[in-house]
Design a protein around this ligand. Sequence first.
Ligand code: AN7
Length: 322
Amino acid sequence: MLGVRLYGKYEGCNPTGSFKDRGMTVATTIAKALGARAVVVASTGNTAASASAYAARAGLKSFVLVPSGGVARGKLVQAIAYGAIVVEVEGFFDDALRAVLDAVERTRVLYPLNSFNPWRLEGQKTLAFEVVEQLGWKVPDWVVVPVGNAGNIYAIWKGFKELYIHGLIDSLPRMVGVQAEGASPLVKTWRKRARRLLEVEEPSTIASAIRIGRPVNWPKALRAIEESRGLLVEVSDEEIVHAMTLLARLEGLVVEPASAAPLAGAVKLVGQGVLGQGDVVVLVLTGHGLKDPDALAMLEAKKYSVPPREAARLLLELARSV
Ligand code: AN7
């Protein structure tokens, strides 16, 4: 349909339903080896779910700070189920992260698992290894990643670079970062070639996972874009919901809004002639759709309600249009 060869790397099948598990298994193992007793994260939801799951398995206490009212239902109940101590911060993710940084500076009891922890990124780079392996040791032309706190795009790029340095692949992909229009500090910073991050004070988008105004890994992400001759693009909430619908109804994949952003971005870039005919494009579909049932409920519904005795008749009537 788009003229490009489109692949999705679906991260919803990881143990807690998002790509975060790749890094969390490594970082929690390190926490345990260092003798930590408790871990802490600020999170828009997936990091909280993943950290608390791996902490539970490792016998560590977990503390998660989330923006109150800003986390998808599935993620919050997951963290609670895994036994995390949940602190709702009346503010944005960025406020929660600031609190975590502040606290970990003052105590050694809390081991931080946010993506400034380098072990997280070491785990997340394995996505690149799998993409290359699953494409039969071919390298995609483009890898499209949703960007929030901006760790993942850098981690994936690092993975490709390591394969290249070790002679396992002989080319590199170009990295594309996608942000939501209401939460696009990195897009703005990149466009203006600013030397300082152009923060977004009150980030707003349906894609709560990437509702982040001050991404901590912004210098690393910009380096990945620069080194790979990549680019950043922003998409509207409407485009995100449309992309969710396409993935669900053409591919049978439900993803959360942040994870649909790469498809929305790719559609836009095809329209602009940036992605070319026959290019191999990998969309990183970062998280499972069931994490965010309220967002799924925004897809156009074909739904009827009838008393039992009328159900068969309605069905026959509807079947006429098949
Ligand atoms: C589904 O869970 O930041 O750019 O606290 O959950 O590496 O931050 C989540 C981020 C993309 C963005 N897709 O990755 C958190 C959190 C999904 C996400 C991102 C997130 P980064």
